[in-house]
Design a protein around this ligand. Structure first.
Ligand code: FES
Ligand code: FES
Length: 187
């Protein structure tokens, strides 16, 4: 931040936060300067979609959104989704469909897909392709990404438990409130 700063108040992933920002800072600058590094910096010109986050319910390329315009906005980033041990259904679907290689585009893909599925829980393949058309991927050829979003849609509709990381369901990974990982069999 090289210029005189201003304060930006956001609701970020459900929490009220205040960040210092220069007048020239974009939302991506502010997020990454404050350790929210899930949104990636690819082109930095609004062309790749790697930096996509959700602002007031809409997918936004954060590298071209001036932070100073967002005072009072509600922002959601990939950090608000699942954890390594408890993935969001969209994240699990991307893993289980091998819909990523380097992974650099995936936070943006997932955040844009999240908005799509909130607005249209059962999208057609054409609707998914249209929704993701501004998000580039240099690795996968897109087919598995489309499969993953369709799979996530089915999982969300079913409300089914989601298996990831080798197919183990969360209740197979240990006892609630304890770390024995064997259901107490060794005790
Ligand atoms: S880094 Fe924002 S669109 Fe490419
Ligand atoms: S997985 Fe590498 S850019 Fe999409």
């Amino acid at each position: 931040m090289s210029q005189a700063g201003t304060e930006i108040h956001l609701t970020l992933n459900g929490e009220d936060v205040t960040f210092e920002a220069a007048r020239s800072d974009t939302l991506l600058d502010v997020l990454r300067d404050n350790s929210y590094t899930g949104a990636k910096r690819g082109c930095d010109t609004g062309d790749c979609g790697f930096c996509t986050v959700v602002v007031d319910g809409d997918p936004v390329k954060s590298c071209i959104r001036p932070a100073a315009q967002l005072d009072g906005a509600e922002v959601e980033t990939i950090e608000n989704l699942g954890t390594q041990d408890s993935l969001d259904p969209l994240q699990s679907a991307f893993v289980d469909n091998a819909a990523l290689q380097c992974g650099f585009c995936i936070p943006g893909m997932i955040m844009r897909s999240k908005v799509l599925l909130e607005e249209n829980p059962d999208p057609t393949e054409a609707e998914i392709r249209e929704a993701l058309s501004e998000n580039l991927c240099r690795c996968t050829g897109y087919e598995k990404i489309i499969d993953a979003v369709q799979d996530a849609s089915s999982r969300m509709a079913d409300g089914a438990d989601v298996a990831a990381d080798g197919g183990r369901l969360p209740d197979e990974q240990g006892c609630p409130g304890c770390d024995c990982h064997d259901g107490g069999a060794e005790r």
